[in-house]
Design a protein around this ligand. Structure first.
Ligand SMILES: Cc1cc2nc3c(=O)[nH]c(=O)nc-3n(C[C@H](O)[C@H](O)[C@H](O)COP(=O)(O)OP(=O)(O)OC[C@H]3O[C@@H](n4cnc5c(N)ncnc54)[C@H](O)[C@@H]3O)c2cc1C
Length: 392
């Protein structure tokens, strides 16, 4: 094989792409991972909350290199500040806690260091990685493979591969090149903004604040960030408010039941981005191509969390591709790639669809107090220890 021929070419080195790459390389596939960024994970557009289970499920070592703070549970607030607290240090005190022999439920990770860590693990497994390399298009070839056009620094390069993996995030182009229906409705795209602050006390819980008054169409959050810092943020649906996310965050900080708690906070950093609170794409594959992570809308439509689903989806994608190639598969048509989506639907997708229908039902209520009550109840149920969704 020449250097410009690979089994897989993966576009995007976020958690989804790096996970596909690592698993595939560990199984002996040749993999090129490209990302247009020059610094992975930057600028940070994520709060970094992820369960321990999600990391263990994809064999990622729990490493202080990227972990900022352990998490032991949740506090879900309604509009006036009444809370449902789910603290595993109290629910299962023998199992969860900071003491030796006990464990946390999850972590807040530093996304810049986390993305670099995931990529390093992939590189150590044998993946070739090219930063500052933008994928510009692809086309199937008559011999069953495909050619991908890349721009690496200022050089145009064509690379041949068997399968192109689109792990290129929310604004994914790879699916569009294949003619897939990837459009996201403005009513399902949350505009998120968060401040990294100091002088805000936290207690090892992810705090989620519901209520139209604070975050129309979404919710506000306070997450511990470690080193005495916290993240205060929110996501809003632009069609449900005339104001910007910044206006709502300012109001939440200055007027909510937390205003005294936030009174002496200082803003150290401002981060933002879009989160799709949408259904998974109906078709996540095409000739020589599959989509994974945000690119396939593998995002939890209730919480907006996408790290776990990106990691898990990445593993499912890699397993499918490894299996297909191990069986001597040398055809990579859409019909061949469909098995990936079937595997994903079975493992995760059906639950994601159910969550999407739940979220749609909540926001269908015209009456705001009814909607607020339903969202609070849905969030509290979602994080309940007996929730059927606790592994998503
Ligand atoms: C404000 C905010 C807070 C969030 N907080 C959380 C949270 O606390 N917990 C959680 O689980 N999720 C959270 N999310 C969601 C989470 O960040 C995403 O779901 C997750 O990053 C998706 O991973 P991914 O690998 O699919 O895509 P990404 O992480 O977006 O990676 C895509 C990569 O593709 C690259 N790329 C794109 N196009 C090209 C191209 N043409 N050529 C080369 N490279 C390309 C990009 O540079 C990028 O590095 C949050 C999102 C936002 C906006």
């Amino acid at each position: 094989m020449t250097p410009l021929e690979y089994d897989l070419l993966i576009v995007g080195s976020g958690p989804a792409g790096a996970t596909v790459a690592r698993y595939a390389a560990e199984a002996g596939l040749s993999v090129l991972l490209v990302d247009k960024k020059q610094e992975l994970g930057a600028p940070i557009q994520c709060s970094g909350a992820v369960s321990r289970h999600a990391l263990e499920e994809v064999n990622l070592p729990l490493d202080e290199e990227y972990i900022l703070e352990p998490i032991y549970g949740f506090a879900i607030y309604n509009q006036v500040g009444e809370a449902t607290k789910i603290d595993y240090r109290k629910l299962k005190e023998d199992e969860y806690g900071p003491e030796p022999g006990k464990k946390p439920l999850g972590y807040v990770v530093d996304r810049r260091r986390f993305d670099r860590y995931c990529m390093t693990q992939a590189e150590r497994a044998g993946v070739d990685t090219w930063l500052k390399t933008e994928a510009k298009g692809y086309a199937p070839l008559p011999d069953g493979r495909c050619v991908v056009q890349l721009k690496r620094y200022n050089e145009e390069i064509a690379v041949t591969c068997k399968v192109l993996v689109g792990a290129d995030g929310l604004m994914s182009q790879v699916g569009k090149w294949a003619g897939l229906q990837t459009h996201i409705k403005i009513t399902e795209l949350a505009g998120c903004l968060q401040f990294i602050v100091d002088n805000v006390e936290t207690e090892g819980l992810l705090e989620i604040i519901t209520g139209h008054e604070w975050a129309p169409g979404g919710y506000a959050w306070v997450f511990p960030k470690g080193h005495g810092y916290a993240e205060i943020g929110l996501g809003v649906i632009p069609t449900m408010t005339k104001q910007s996310a910044q206006w709502h965050l300012d109001k939440f900080i200055k007027q909510s039941f937390f205003k005294d708690r936030f009174a002496n906070s200082r803003i150290l950093e401002v981060q933002g981005g879009g989160v799709p609170l949408a259904a998974p794409l109906r078709t996540q594959y095409a000739d020589n191509m599959i989509l994974v992570g945000d690119a396939a809308r593998h995002v939890n439509p209730i919480t907006g969390g996408g790290i776990h689903t990106a990691l898990n989806g990445g593993k499912i994608a890699a397993r499918f591709l490894i299996d297909h190639l191990a069986k001597g598969g040398n055809s990579f048509t859409a019909a061949d790639m469909k098995g990936y989506q079937d595997a994903w639907l079975e493992a995760l997708g059906d639950k994601m669809w159910k969550l999407y229908r739940k979220k749609t039902a909540v926001f269908h209520h015209e009456d705001i107090p009814t909607r607020d009550a339903y969202l609070y109840e849905t969030m509290s149920d979602y994080f309940d220890p007996n929730s059927e969704y606790k592994k998503i």
